[in-house]
Write a protein that binds this ligand. Structure first.
Ligand SMILES: NC(=O)C1=CN([C@@H]2O[C@H](COP(=O)(O)OP(=O)(O)OC[C@H]3O[C@@H](n4cnc5c(N)ncnc54)[C@H](O)[C@@H]3O)[C@@H](O)[C@H]2O)C=CC1
Ligand SMILES: NCC(=O)COP(=O)(O)O
Length: 330
């Protein structure tokens, strides 16, 4: 039975109550929370959800049922947590949960990891350099990764992730684009079963640079990288002007879009499918999915948080585990 680990993320955010909601949903897997059990119990109570925490025993596999029962690896909070109130004292707790989860994925104790949202700012406020889960797992695993967000109708990958907009152009390099597109192309084949993926690549500048009159990144960096990959057989479209790349006629021609930076691609995806999108880290030696939203401190602890994206992330993780097992068996 696939064993899925799940971290709730920021303890003052909506993550803990979303885990309680997931515990009350059907998922044909062994589901293991990595969290403070009292935090999860309090979040469930505040949301009016049943939650029975069962200590994790690694040698036992238990099929999760939608009865509010959740197996849990106990990682204690560093300080009492209050919904909606950030506390830098708990940043180390968040990192503890992610570290335990990563170790378990890297040593095959878990088949996949699902993450709840973290508050990147409060981790940094605790003097722990942290830009996101994606970069954290990439560093721990020592690999290049790609952030992909997917709804049933649209897949958007990012050439750069969590960095200041001012630093984006310098972060886009030929080598980086070749690595990113190679991971994206491979995982669209292997994880999503698309035999010949068609990837639309966005330009960085307005009108994809307007022939060099509105910026040279397309001519100097993006097109040369695409030509190298096209020569290897990759089906690449573009570079396309980002403002018209997402019209339905264009999207019908591709299986995924590669955006050059976070807010070039994700607003379109979230406008179209917020709540049902899943964030998938491609390129890792393990499967990792996550929600499409943040910590939602404004509604935490009020029973208002929608668990749809976490449930979608868990189902996607399970689907990816089953796909990789089928491939390994064939
Ligand atoms: N996977 C992750 O760890 C992610 C973490 N974040 C972090 O979250 C923090 C807050 O980010 P924001 O930009 O404010 O975005 P946010 O997604 O937390 O909130 C934006 C709006 O969406 C609502 N919302 C979010 N999730 C919801 C849910 N499940 N149900 C109902 N309403 C929901 C919030 O109440 C708020 O009005 C930041 O520190 C950011 O870094 C953001 C995105 C992903
Ligand atoms: N906007 C996506 C996001 O912030 C999630 O990033 P990560 O923490 O999954 O790397």
């Amino acid at each position: 039975m696939p064993r899925l680990a799940i971290t709730p993320g920021e303890p003052a955010g909506v993550g803990p109550e979303l885990l309680a909601a997931l515990a009350n949903s059907d998922l044909p897997a062994d589901l293991i929370a990595i969290a403070d059990p009292d935090l999860l119990r309090a979040a469930a109570r505040a949301s009016g959800l049943a939650l029975d925490i069962v200590p994790y025993i690694a040698t036992e596999y238990v099929q999760h049922r939608a009865r509010g029962s959740l197996r849990c690896i106990d990682i204690p909070l560093r300080s009492a947590s209050h919904a909606g109130r950030l506390d830098a004292a708990n940043a180390a707790y968040v990192i503890d949960t992610l570290s335990r989860a990563t170790d378990g994925c890297l040593n095959a104790e878990f088949d996949a990891l699902i993450t709840g949202p973290v508050q990147k700012s409060v981790i940094n406020a605790a003097a722990i350099p942290f830009t996101g889960h994606t970069e954290f797992f990439a560093t721990r695993a020592g690999v290049n990764v790609v952030m992909l967000l997917a709804t049933p109708a649209l897949r958007v990958a990012l050439a750069t992730t969590h960095l200041s907009l001012r630093n984006v152009p310098d972060a886009i390099t030929r080598e980086g684009l070749i690595a990113t597109l190679s991971i994206l192309d491979r995982d669209l084949r292997e994880k999503f079963g698309i035999a010949t993926p068609r990837i639309a690549v966005l330009g960085l500048n307005p009108h994809a640079g307007e022939g060099g009159y509105l910026g040279r990144e397309e001519i100097d960096t993006i097109i040369p990288a695409m030509e190298i990959l096209r020569a290897q057989g990759m089906q690449l479209i573009g570079p396309l002007p980002a403002d018209t790349a997402f019209v339905p006629e264009q999207l019908a021609l591709c299986d995924a879009v590669l955006a050059m930076y976070h807010d070039q691609g994700l607003p379109v995806l979230k406008a179209q499918g917020f709540g049902e999108a899943v964030n998938i880290t491609l390129g890792l030696p393990f499967i990792r999915t996550s929600v499409d939203h943040g910590t939602a401190l404004d509604i935490a602890g009020q029973g208002k948080a929608d668990p749809s994206s976490l449930i979608a992330a868990a189902r996607m993780a399970l689907q990816l585990v089953n796909t990789s097992r089928t491939k390994a068996a064939s």
